[in-house]
Design a binder for this molecule. Sequence first.
Ligand SMILES: O=C(O)CCC(=O)C(=O)O
Ligand SMILES: [Fe+2]
Length: 380
Amino acid sequence: MAPGLSMPAEICSEDDEQFESSYQKGVKYLSDNNNNNGIITRVPTKYILPALDRPNSSEADHCTSTNLNLPVIDFAELQGPNRTQVIKSLAKACEEFGFFQLVNHSISRDVIGNMIEVSKSFFELSFDERAKYMSSDMYSPVRYGTSFNQSKDKVFCWRDFLKLSCNPMSNALSFWPSCPVDFREVAVDYSSQTKFLYLMLMEAILESLGLLEEPMGKLNDKQTWKDFEDGSQLMVVNCYPSCPEPDLTLGMPPHSDYGLLTLLLQDEVKGLQIQHQGKWLTVEPIPNCFVVNVGDHLEIFSNGKYQSVLHRVLVNSSKSRISIASLHSLPFNCMIRPSPKLVDEANPRRYKDTDFATFLEYVSSREPKSKNFLESRKLM
Ligand SMILES: O=C(O)CCC(=O)C(=O)O
Ligand SMILES: [Fe+2]
């Protein structure tokens, strides 16, 4: 064990099985159960990334101090007389950044504040209470876990998560945490309001791609608007405890999101970085706003016009951080394919069809450390 490393009393050697089973309990457990006046002073080897994968280690990291001002889309303006202009800005943001900040959205500060509060309270519960929701079943309506893919990752990342499936809500809800007592009520309200926001944004995105000229309802011979309304929604509550040596590890490794769009809510602590023009840039949190990003499915659906972008999460030594990602796509059993209207001789089809089951198979069988899944769907 590295000098000064303080670990739960039950843990004696980094190599023994007990140590490994302790890591499986997550980083919140690790931070809460140590014997050095409540302070963990070193990052255990399990979390130490190879030198080249660490933050601040590469060319691309040399400007991590530069904060990124993402394009800002005003949701209220999108609904008003300037809609055409806002849709142009939306298209530009999706093409140039794959990310934007959404301001003036319709979700109240209370709904947002309550969601962050119940998420914090959930991670403050005892480990035994949180552990009731641990599952390795990717189809489970609720799944508490740690790292990125804890059954596969050789090096763990400094994150615990609670994944909540919202489909169908009538079935999923009874599996969601019943503690804290208002968790379900707050999270259901939050999920239905983010779903509404997603649908409004998706409608604008389809318009920006020239796919809404026909009467609303039919997008092409395979898809209708109802597929979007009936689409899947997965909420991921991420908890990143403060970390004694944040330069050695990451809260989340570089990845892109699998769905059409992700709506991310973060607390006031920064940590999210996106890869832009070969550099890692930090996204400044704007209170009460959403960071929205293009997912792999939108890249496929738009035949590459809008591309998903790698992002990762840094941790820090003084503050823990909470974020809530709401990932939206078509229904789980629906094929995602390039929209036929965006494929012609000048723009040949660039991706194979895919569906959620293929994605799950992929993540279960490999370490999804990057946009590998999407790479596997590319035709050229
Ligand atoms: O915590 C963050 O800022 C990002 C989370 C994220 O990328 C995800 O949940 O996919
Ligand atoms: Fe993500």
